[in-house]
Design a protein around this ligand. Sequence first.
Ligand code: MLT
Length: 203
Amino acid sequence: MTEEIHAAFYPGKPNLVPVLMLHGTGGDESDLLPIATFLFPEHPKLGIRGRVKQNGSNRYFIRREDGTFDLDNLNQETDWLLTAIQQETKRYRLDADQLIVLGFSNGANIAAYAWLNRSTPFKTAVLLHPMMITPPVQSVDLTDFRAFATYGDVDSIVPEANFDQLMQQLTDAHATIESFKNHQSHRLTQTELMAAQTWIKKL
Ligand code: MLT
């Protein structure tokens, strides 16, 4: 498994909690670094690349041509990612239980899926343009989990009802969620990042 993990580590102040960067479709272990640096300037940062490749783009799980998701692959890759997180946090001596996830799109989706369907070490997340992939198979207790999640009202990928459903699922599981809806597409904007920054200051 070791050879399959593409990870990048950027040391920061070791007394600050580490940030885990999970990229969007077509990204890699480093491409969220400018965003992570804006939001968490001095925190240590770890990026892990999704190991699925579709049409030349890195992803965390397969999305079929018809737009549906391959749930078997999603489950397999969620397990892989959690193991990779364990391995890489150990390698860089990071406290996995303290991790703050910074996920965009496909990376935010697998983080939210992992929360709702697995036991995860990370309990805090900034989810940029996430969507619900599938309803959770069993009820989970996400007490003490917290997330800031963003949505764009002209996003052609994430329907509002889907985003709302994901927020509802997380809230029903007792996570503390702050959602930020803005007039924008699936791309990141300064406005949402500044809102995320305000939320992070309250942590
Ligand atoms: C996904 O495939 O996870 C979503 O459609 C978002 C994306 O395109 O990355």
